[in-house]
Design a protein around this ligand. Structure first.
Ligand SMILES: [Zn+2]
Length: 156
């Protein structure tokens, strides 16, 4: 990292801080020549994974797809962009943890998304699950809905 003051190439990191829920890392750097201090912001690495689909196809992990499916599930639900951002980060963290040798199955991603949606918004969870799990019949679907309703009742 080049020093902005004397353009010397040797600068050292004196402090690193993760900002905004893992979105970026702020580093305090110091020039080894002139002692000038400055900060840099570095985006946290994006996930570089291969997703294995049920039919055996492989494709690169695509955050855009995740975001779109979440937005669809959350349509007209109360959700702030900040909260959605945090959910996406939590999902991606789980995806990273669950992956092995930079590979993960689409089922595993689906389960992770469902887990987080279930906590965040029950309606969105049902929407996502009904598409994702492809509920065999209406009975399986209403069973899942009833489970959620009963859980809510028991809490009261
Ligand atoms: Zn310098």
């Amino acid at each position: 990292m080049k020093c902005p003051s004397c353009h010397n190439l040797d600068t050292k990191v004196v402090d690193s801080r993760v900002l905004d829920d893992n979105i970026a890392i702020r580093r305090r750097r110091e020039c080894e020549k002139c002692g000038f201090r400055f900060s840099t912001m570095e985006e946290v690495e994006i996930l570089n994974l291969t997703v294995m689909k049920r039919e055996g196809q492989e494709m690169p992990y695509d955050k855009e797809r995740l975001v779109i499916s979440l937005q669809k599930a959350l349509q007209k639900r109360p959700m702030t962009p900040e909260r959605l951002k945090r959910i996406i980060q939590a999902i991606e963290q789980d995806i990273q943890n669950k992956s092995k040798n930079d590979r993960i199955t689409s089922e595993e991603i689906g389960e992770i998304v469902m887990k987080h949606l279930k906590k965040a918004d029950k309606v969105a969870y049902i929407r996502f699950a009904s598409v994702y799990r492809d509920f065999e019949d209406i009975e399986a679907f209403s069973e899942e809905v009833n489970k959620l309703i009963n859980k809510k009742r028991n809490k009261k």
